[in-house]
Design a protein around this ligand. Structure first.
Ligand SMILES: Nc1ncnc2c1ncn2[C@@H]1O[C@H](COP(=O)(O)OP(=O)(O)OP(=O)(O)O)[C@@H](O)[C@H]1O
Ligand SMILES: [Mg+2]
Length: 189
């Protein structure tokens, strides 16, 4: 999990890891391809229907139609959205769109998922559902998920946490310790 105030560099770090940005110095070593889930799923779902959107990421893989269909069904099942395969994207809720974006990464067999504030727009039920979904994928498929959030309660669900300040990691380690630390530093209102 990746935490830090607005402008501390969380999204920039994710973009560097996804090779959407090139570092001025140093280098990035990461298993490619990585799946990127944007904070606003409207910025990344590009096709008219759910199935077509998940298949869209596979165009460069030279698969047969049967293989594409199989990957799409497998990925949609992984996020519990197979019944929505033929639904137009505009009919989906925010939480469902986030899960379609995750399905796109699963279909490409990404081993690393980068999620930029995926729960920022979600209500508490959808938040819990998305956290549970990603945790299940991490366990069942051995995925690594790097999750950016401002919601401290989500720290209870991760294995490790990093705190960024002005582009640098200023704290890292046990999520519960970090949660207590951040709660202590919050001003009392
Ligand atoms: N393309 C860019 N060109 C110049 N400066 C940028 C660019 N992208 C980000 N920055 C700056 O880099 C800093 C880190 O931005 P970044 O988007 O990574 O922050 P963040 O931690 O994701 O913040 P938030 O919680 O608001 O999403 C900010 O000061 C931002 O203005
Ligand atoms: Mg950001």
């Amino acid at each position: 999990m990746l935490l830090g105030t607005n402008g501390s560099g969380k999204s920039t770090l994710l973009r560097l890891l996804a090779r959407l940005l090139t570092p001025h110095s140093g280098q990035v070593e990461l298993i490619q391809p990585v799946g990127f889930v944007f904070q606003n799923p409207d910025h990344q779902l590009v096709m008219p229907t759910v199935g077509a959107d998940v298949a869209f990421g596979l165009v460069s893989e030279h698969l047969s139609l049967v293989q594409v269909r199989q990957r799409v069904s497998e990925a949609l099942s992984a996020v519990n959205l197979l019944p929505l395969q033929n639904r137009p994207i505009y009919t989906l809720s925010g939480g469902q769109k986030q899960r379609i974006a995750i399905a796109g990464a699963i279909a490409r067999h990404c081993q690393v998922l980068l999620l930029d504030e995926p729960t920022a727009l979600l209500d508490p039920d959808s938040q819990r559902e998305l956290v549970a979904n990603v945790r299940r994928l991490v366990k069942s498929r051995g995925l690594t998920a790097l999750w950016v959030t401002h919601r401290l309660e989500e720290l209870s669900f991760c294995d490790g946490a990093f705190l960024l300040e002005q582009g640098r990691v200023v704290d890292q380690g046990n999520p519960e310790r970090l949660r207590q630390q951040l709660l202590k530093n919050q001003p009392v209102t």
